[in-house]
Ligand binder design. Structure first.
Ligand SMILES: CC(C)(COP(=O)(O)OP(=O)(O)OC[C@H]1O[C@@H](n2cnc3c(N)ncnc32)[C@H](O)[C@@H]1OP(=O)(O)O)[C@@H](O)C(=O)NCCC(=O)NCCSC(=O)C[C@H](O)C(=O)O
Ligand SMILES: [Mg+2]
Length: 281
């Protein structure tokens, strides 16, 4: 059964109320952020606060990812030293990954699985080798930093992002990695969030990074298989089994062909639905 990644919530490590609140939130994963959401003068205190919360709070089945500061900052090594060895940390997220050297460096500081922020122009161009890094588990799109580097403007259709999103998706799928879409900044605009989640889901992303708890319900709904999709998956599996028993390699269901590749897709849908149901238990 594969773990769901529908909703991946950022929490600034400096915000105690948010760290407290997160234990009851319906996020599939949490990114505890030491980087951009934390002011330079608060970095050291945020590290201490986060280490205490991770030691004391049970975040349940949520994947616990810590985003450390960039290796070109004075905080990264201490971040990796503290959180790279904590049992309550499932993975280390490295910001602004532009090639494999930075992953090699962090891999030398911790044994945890690594995740990469994909948010620089060079990172897009090197997506294939980054995704192939042997310690890498997942990629997270950083569309704010990418837009800043590109000099692109916000568009609801995300046309300026498409080349980068597509390259990272190809790289993630080629290497069998998890890939999570970027954040939607207007956190009170749920219609805009839904449209962007639908776009990301249809492109193939596993889920969406989020900045506010009010965004969780939309992402959890959009990135979960719907009841209709689950029912169709069951019917496809059944139709193909019937065709196979009759000595045929292709079934026809609702006027469409069903081949073994569609059965694999249907099984993946059922696996995701099962994993989501198991989280709710
Ligand atoms: C965006 C916010 C600053 C808004 O905060 P606030 O005005 O306090 O919101 P609310 O009053 O509506 O909050 C209601 C309650 O929810 C809790 N809360 C708020 N945000 C979170 C959160 N992220 N996780 C958990 N809980 C949260 C508040 O504490 C309130 O609780 P209560 O008191 O019980 O009512 C704020 O949401 C925020 O700081 N969000 C995170 C911002 C962040 O992490 N940014 C960095 C990541 S984005 C990024 O860097 C992407 C990438 O790198 C790129 O380049 O694109
Ligand atoms: Mg960023």
């Amino acid at each position: 059964m594969t773990r769901p990644y529908r909703s991946v919530l950022y929490i600034p490590a400096s915000k105690q109320r948010a760290l407290e609140k997160a234990r009851g939130l319906a996020a599939d994963a949490i990114i505890f952020d030491l980087e951009d959401a934390v002011l330079p003068e608060e970095k050291a205190a945020a590290r201490v606060t986060l280490a205490r919360f991770l030691a004391e709070v049970d975040y349940g089945p949520r994947l616990r990812i810590v985003r450390i500061n960039g290796l070109d900052t004075p905080w990264a090594r201490e971040d990796a030293a503290v959180f790279g060895g904590l049992a309550a940390v499932d993975a280390i997220l490295v910001p602004k990954v532009d090639g494999v050297a930075v992953l090699d460096a962090v891999a030398g500081m911790t044994d945890k699985p690594l995740w990469a922020m994909m948010e620089t122009a060079r990172g897009m161009l090197n997506a294939g080798v980054i995704a192939a890094h042997p310690r890498l588990e997942g990629l997270v799109m950083g569309t704010n930093d990418l837009a800043k580097e590109l000099g692109s403007r916000f568009r609801a259709d995300r046309l300026p992002m498409m080349a980068g999103l597509g390259m990272c998706l190809l790289a993630a799928r080629a290497e069998g990695r998890v890939i999570i879409d970027g954040v939607y900044n207007s956190f009170r605009d749920h219609d805009g969030l839904r449209a962007e989640c639908l776009q990301g889901r249809d492109m193939g992303f596993d889920g969406k990074t989020l900045v506010h708890p009010d965004q969780l319900a939309v992402a959890n709904e959009v990135f979960a298989p719907s009841e209709d999709e689950v029912a169709l998956a069951r019917r496809q599996i059944e139709a193909f089994a019937t065709a196979r028993a009759a000595g045929q390699g292709v079934a026809v269901l609702d006027g469409k062909i069903v081949e073994n590749l569609h059965v694999a897709g249907a099984e993946a849908v059922l696996g995701r639905a099962e994993a989501i149901a198991a989280l709710a238990d």
